[in-house]
Design a protein around this ligand. Structure first.
Ligand SMILES: NC(=O)c1ccc[n+]([C@@H]2O[C@H](COP(=O)([O-])OP(=O)(O)OC[C@H]3O[C@@H](n4cnc5c(N)ncnc54)[C@H](O)[C@@H]3O)[C@@H](O)[C@H]2O)c1
Length: 403
């Protein structure tokens, strides 16, 4: 594929910016769009607004070489990659996906499209969204028979994005076989992992299935942790023992499931067919209720220690990242604050927070009697800290002692 092709990435967040910067490093001319002015200005200075290993070097180099530029309005390109958010409408029951940002992005692309261009959706989306994009483009005067449209779900894990963007296998589902073929050829120019070709609806369902699979399996572990606690069984030991069975592989319980993917995407399946998605819905409910269970355990410990002061270790939705979106640890902190507790938070991955009282781990151990370990950050796992935490009887909700 001709590397002189220019690429327009719409949405420069956790997915769009790494994708744009990687493509710039591969020789493409990349223009990115974001509706957030701060994001645009930061990137054009060669800096980043999110934490992701190695991303800063990619962006710095892309901007310095003139291969990567950010704009607040969609610019023309030959390949358009949509990486905007797809949250859900929280006020609907069950929660319904909100594809408004995708529709907006498609509308903004439409005036620029010319014959031979590609439009690729990477945002996690309900089944049928790629077809919907086709309709939006058609309704905005685009000759859809002259362009190639495909869905290519993103599977990267925060903390490993720059590696996984290249190494992961990718599923490409076009709205027709030609779109699948042309878009697959483009991904082959920068992905070392396998390119798996299918059609759009299967690719959309594939992404939702992957995250629902994780959610269901984590829910099983979280349910076990509650059953074990009631029976005086150490869930971590139990899981280790059970996993010696050659065909058993139980995941780890935790404070709950957070982030913008696993805690969100299963609802896309449930909302499209709630009569037939019993397990997926139940898993969501089990995982969503885990923070309340954690709060009750912390309250019991506070009562036993006759204190209203609590240290919460970890705010991010998973270990070793700075992302607090949909974080169960944040839900725990919020619930404790609402109930009148004084909460001190230790989050080594952020420097400040407008609302939460941040302290460091040493201060937490020295000053507080009730310590809840909510996220398994590396900073909490060194031998000395672990010994101190354990000797204070800290509550371990993420299996930090089981290592
Ligand atoms: N973050 C992940 O690990 C991950 C993994 C797989 C899939 N996804 C999916 O990728 C998509 C993007 O996720 P993210 O984590 O990058 O979100 P994000 O919120 O970090 O970034 C999205 C960006 O899009 C911008 N934006 C919103 N509307 C826009 C518009 N109309 N035009 C231009 N910019 C716009 C926002 O300002 C924001 O900077 C979502 O569908 C998400 O589910 C994310």
């Amino acid at each position: 594929m001709n590397r002189r092709k220019s690429i327009s990435v719409i949405g420069l967040g956790y997915i769009g910016l790494p994708t744009a910067a990687l493509l710039a490093s591969k020789g493409y001319s990349v223009n990115g769009t974001d509706v957030d002015d701060y994001v645009v200005k930061t990137i054009n200075k060669g800096k980043i607004h999110i934490v992701e290993p190695d991303l800063d070097a990619y962006v710095r180099s892309g901007v310095a070489k003139g291969k990567l530029k950010a704009y607040s309005k969609v610019q023309a390109g030959d390949i358009y990659i949509i990486c905007v958010p797809t949250p859900f409408h929280i006020d609907s029951e069950p929660p319904k996906p909100n594809v408004d940002f995708v529709i907006e992005a498609a509308k903004n692309i439409s005036p620029h499209l010319k014959a031979g261009d590609m439009v690729i959706l990477e945002s996690t989306s309900p089944v049928g969204t790629t077809e919907m994009i086709k309709d939006v483009l058609f309704n905005n005067g685009v000759d859809i028979n002259s362009i190639f449209i495909a869905y290519c779900p993103e599977r990267v894990m925060p903390g490993r994005v720059m590696v996984e963007l290249v190494d992961n296998a990718r599923v490409i589902g076009g709205i027709n076989s030609q779109s699948t073929e042309i878009v697959s050829a483009f991904y082959k120019t920068f992905v070392n992992g396998r390119i798996l070709e299918t059609e759009a609806k299967t690719a959309e369902m594939c992404k939702l299935t992957e995250n629902s699979f994780r959610d269901v399996n984590i829910a099983f572990a979280n349910e076990l942790s509650i059953l074990c606690d009631k029976n005086g069984v150490d869930v971590w030991e139990l899981i280790k023992l059970a996993n010696h069975h050659p065909r058993v592989n139980i995941l780890h319980p935790s404070t709950g499931v957070g982030g913008h993917c696993i805690a969100v995407d299963p609802w896309f399946i449930v909302s499209q067919d709630h009569e037939n998605s019993h397990i997926i819905r139940a898993a969501r409910e089990v995982n969503d209720s885990k923070p309340d269970w954690v709060v009750n355990k912390i309250k019991a410990a506070a009562k036993a220690n006759n204190t209203k002061k609590i240290a919460c270790l970890g705010l991010a939705f998973k270990p070793n990242i700075d992302d607090l979106r949909e974080s169960p640890a944040v839900q725990v902190v919020e619930s404790l604050l609402k109930q009148g507790f004084e909460v001190f938070c230790v989050e080594p991955n952020i420097n400040s927070h407008e609302k939460y009282n941040l302290i460091d781990i040493k201060e937490a151990i020295a000053k507080l009697d009730v310590i809840a370990i909510l996220v398994k950050h590396d900073e909490f796992s060194n031998a000395k800290t672990l010994t101190e935490l354990e000797s204070k009887g800290s509550l371990d909700f993420c299996g930090i002692y089981s290592n």
